[in-house]
Structures are given as C-alpha cells and as structure tokens.
Design a binder for this molecule. Sequence first.
Ligand code: ATP
Ligand code: MG
Length: 350
Amino acid sequence: MIKTINVAQTADELALDQGTVRRRIKSGELPTLKAGRNSVITTTALEYYKFTNEHKITLESLKTQAKILSFVNHKGGCSKTTTAYTIAALLQKFGNKVLLVDLDPQGNSTQSVLEPLVNEDGITLPFEKTIKDLLLYRKENGDVGINRIKEVIQPSKFDFDCIPCDLSLNSIMPDLESSSFKEVILKELLNEISGEYDYIILDTPPTLGFSVISALTASDYVSIVSLAEAFSLLGVEQTVNLINSVKSQNSVLANPREMKILGIIISKAEMNTNISRHFVAELGSFANERSINIYTDEIIPKTTKIPETQATGELITDVDPKADAALSYFNIAMLIDIAVKKDRIKEKLS
Ligand SMILES: Nc1ncnc2c1ncn2[C@@H]1O[C@H](COP(=O)(O)OP(=O)(O)OP(=O)(O)O)[C@@H](O)[C@H]1O
Ligand SMILES: [Mg+2]
C-alpha cells in the first residue's frame, strides 16, 4: 500500500517552509493528485521533485523529441489499455506533451479517451480518419506530412492528443504485411511527428502479431502489463521473448533504437489472497533473474472503481485520488518520467 504524506511532512522532507511547498504544488513542480481542496502527496512525488529540481536547467534545455513507449502483453484483458491512457494522462499532467496512439482494432483506448462522434439521431459515427489511413498512406506514398497526420490527431478528454483506431485497421493488415519494409512503417510514421511530443504512448492489441511487432520496432521503451494469476508468467515470458527478438532485428535495421524494458506492471491483483501473492512472487523472481524492473511497490489492485470510471468516462486519479489504484498509477507515471528523463540527460551529455 502506498503511503501519502501531508504538507507539513513534505516541508520537513524537502527542508522548505509550508508556504513554499504549497506554491510548488500550485506551479506543478511538486506533482500531486487533487482531492477536493487537498493535495495527495507521495514519497515518490518528493523523489520526482528532487530529481527535476536538481536537473532543472538541463531538462529545460532538452528539445522536444518524443520517446515512444509501448504497453504490451499478448494476453487479453490484463489492463494494457487502462494503464496506457492513465499513464498518458499523468505524463501530460506533469508537463509533458503526450500523444496516445491506439493500435488495437478493438479501439478501447479511442473509446475511453475521445468524445464519441454522434449524429443528430444519436447514432455513434466512426472517426473519419484513423491510424489505418496514416499507415496505408505511409506504405503507399512514403512521407505522410505533418498536416495530414494532424488531421487525424484528436484532442482527448484528458488533455493529451490521440490517434484513434477502429476495426477497419484489420482490413489493411494483409496489405501492410505484404510490404517489404512492413515492420518500419509505423516507426517511420511516428518519426514524422516526434518533434511535436515528449511522449508517444502505444496501446497494443492482445497478440504477438504484426501490430505488436510494429509497435516494438518503433519503441524506445516498453512496459509489460500483467495480471497475477495462472498463465500470467507464461504470457510475460512469451512477451519478453518477442521483445528480445524484435531488439535483435532492430539492431540490423538502419538507425536502430535501443529499446529498454521499463518494467513489469502488475494489475488487478488481490493481495489479500494467497493465489495473487503466489503469482506476484513468481513474477518477481522471473524479473529479478533477468534484471527486469518490476513495480512491486506499485501493484494495481483489483477494484470496481476502474470499470466504474471507464463507464463514466473519467480517470481514477481524478475521481478517487486516494484509492490504492490511483496512487499506484501516480507513482508508476512519475517513476517512468524520471527513468526516461535520466536517459535523456545522459544522451545530451554524451
Ligand atoms: N485495476 C483494475 N481492477 C478491476 N478491473 C480492472 C482494472 N484494470 C482494468 N480493469 C478492467 O479489466 C478489463 C480489461 O482492461 P483493459 O481493457 O485495460 O485490458 P487490456 O489488456 O487492454 O485488454 P485487451 O487485451 O482486450 O486489449 C476492463 O473491463 C477494465 O475495466
Ligand atoms: Mg486493450
């Protein structure tokens, strides 16, 4: 369970007075979740504040250049979509410019973050253009051009931008897969807009197929989202194998990317049951043996609040910021942002 701290404790920890802490919260330098008039603060938020404060000048001097982060697991229903858009919203809230790209023909990210298009008769209409149109254009004509890409980008309810997806993506798959440079079509498309964003987040479908391979080929970072139940370990293992095989393929492509696994995120855990605890321990050993990070202090519990917020089109971090699931997402997003920014600083200095 993640502990929260109050303003007085925060002031002590940061050796600041309480008024200054309040001003840092207001300016967003110290990330918090809002609970009515109060702010929810975690120790990870202090870590985030200290890191960004220490490297303020270097971070401000970094040019906007998107890092691409995929959320993957070929097993269905393990919270990839929920995690992708919640983390996207938090990264945007921390001051990053974020684009979420839905790569799943189920379109769950699209449905979760975009207001539906509804005609006068109350009928929901498909988005006029989706990721399918961009991929097809790129495959057939090369450069898509920033203006054509911007026509497809939609503003989401949660401040970040989104490229929608729907079932029609399936219809172009045979066409895309017949292309000789099929794996790099998405990567090249995203390269065209990488100067506009700090993060491009990819929500992927529950397969080990072409869409996921394309997402991994395009990615700088990947997070594996897993349940803590039977077969989870097998799913994670197969996903890690796929990541490694894409990594070795990437290294033979021109302009290879050094893709990093940011960590394994465990979702829908019921830590009061032996079975969840058993599978969390299994995932932990698997990760440790391979030196893969695992967010064991930030496990996302199973809670009806997540499907409830999805039904109302809201974010758990806004609706119930003190809920364990909200705090876990809040801390994971800050840990991701710190890890990526550390790498960006290293890149700049090298
Ligand atoms: N922490 C949670 N507690 C309870 N339910 C959750 C939690 N996280 C997600 N869910 C629910 O689980 C279902 C699957 O979540 P989600 O769509 O995010 O998974 P997914 O991995 O993207 O699925 P798919 O493989 O189909 O793309 C949804 O109904 C969602 O509301
Ligand atoms: Mg999904």
